[in-house]
Design a protein around this ligand. Structure first.
Ligand code: ZN
Length: 371
């Protein structure tokens, strides 16, 4: 598929005829083209003249030949072109059958003359073929089923039929895919890297342990008191660059070293973005802690997160209020706006409906209008 630059497109039906023809040319005007079309661009004979033609499916030509005569090129309801095929009396004789303009495979004169081979050219100024192409490249590679059997030369009876042996799913690699894999090129990549940033309420970090692990050993593991999240606050204690960043901004300049359980400054050139997973408002404190984490820079302890203007609050919710983050349902407006980056319309409506039924909104109509 060739996609033209915007100022070279052929957007309308009038552009088709000079580019694509589905007619047999007059041999007196252009004998070379006449020979090429006769040799390469005539479909068939198929149909009743040649039932065994490969195009025949259920006694009909699967390619739709013969097409209908038309005096003008047009585009049908679905956007497919119907090429001009005039009833000019011209025909090409193949296997004793006279094939007229209804059997011409659409071609481009220039390409046909240059490459001297069967080149079917179609005008597809519509979204459908693009959708089809993307579907097609995701279908996976071509496959063939191959079996090599010894020919039965003796008079022994045929061996029993082995259905499993008969069905071998052999994968076919084209030359370009094979060389791509031999050279170990990337098959896919993602950029930039996204670092998932866990967080938790005080003393509520996840602990993973096996069924038979000794509980004292588990609790004394060095990782116990050093989650990725608490290591962030530790890093804030000793690094002033760290204190310039919110938690979600942290991976842009710092890397979490899993073996040492601590954050270290990122080497120049590296880059990643952070993502704090979404939390439902119904989880209460965890939800309010997340709101604070998206705003606060450099807290060194949980108490820092709870403290606003020198006053320490007991809950993250109160701290949110003290920061003015919850006035006028701001957190719900922000929650819907944030969800809109990834959620469908259906999801957003459900989210809003959930907020309504939880009776947490003070001014629902304001939240509605703002989002
Ligand atoms: Zn056919």
């Amino acid at each position: 598929m060739v996609i033209y630059a915007s100022d070279h497109k052929f957007p309308t039906v009038e552009h088709i005829d000079p580019l694509i023809s589905a007619e047999i040319p007059d041999p007196n005007d252009d004998p070379e083209l006449y020979t090429l079309v006769s040799d390469f661009m005539i479909h068939g004979p198929c149909g009743p003249h040649n039932i065994n033609c490969p195009c025949m499916v259920d006694n009909k030509c699967s390619k739709g030949f013969p097409k209908r005569f038309r005096d003008h090129t047009s585009v049908d309801m679905d956007g497919f072109p119907l090429y001009r095929r005039r009833d000019s009396g011209m025909f090409v004789e193949k296997a004793g059958v006279k094939l007229d303009n209804r059997f011409v495979v659409p071609y481009n004169k220039t390409l046909l003359k240059k490459y001297q081979s069967h080149i079917n050219v179609e005008w597809c100024n519509q979204a459908g073929p693009i959708k089809y192409l993307f579907k097609y490249i995701n279908k996976g590679p071509d496959r063939v089923t191959v079996s090599i059997v010894e020919s039965n030369t003796s008079n022994e009876p045929d061996p029993p039929f082995d259905e499993i042996k008969k069905y071998y799913d052999c994968r076919y690699l084209s030359a370009c895919e094979a060389s791509w894999r031999i050279f170990a090129f990337d098959v896919h990549y993602r950029h930039p890297a996204v670092i998932r940033l866990p967080f938790h309420l005080p003393n509520q970090q996840n602990v993973v342990y096996g069924e038979d692990d000794d509980i004292d050993l588990v609790l004394n593991r060095p990782s116990m008191n050093c989650s990725m999240f608490s290591a962030w606050m530790d890093c804030n204690q000793r690094d002033e660059v760290a204190r310039e960043l919110t938690y979600v901004e942290f991976p842009t300049k710092f890397v979490f070293k899993k073996d040492e359980r601590c954050w270290k400054r990122r080497r120049p050139g590296g880059f990643a973005i952070g993502r704090i997973h979404a939390v439902s408002p119904t989880l209460g404190e965890a939800y309010f802690l997340r709101i604070l984490l998206n705003k606060l820079k450099g807290p060194r302890f949980f108490d820092d997160i709870l403290t606003v203007n020198g006053r320490k609050f007991n809950t993250f919710r109160e701290a949110c209020y003290a920061h003015g983050l919850l006035d006028y349902d701001m957190e719900y407006i922000e929650a819907i706006q944030e969800a809109s980056h990834s959620g469908s319309g259906y999801y957003l409506r459900t989210l809003f409906a959930t907020m309504l039924t939880c009776q947490t909104l003070s001014l629902p109509e304001r939240v509605w209008q703002k989002t």
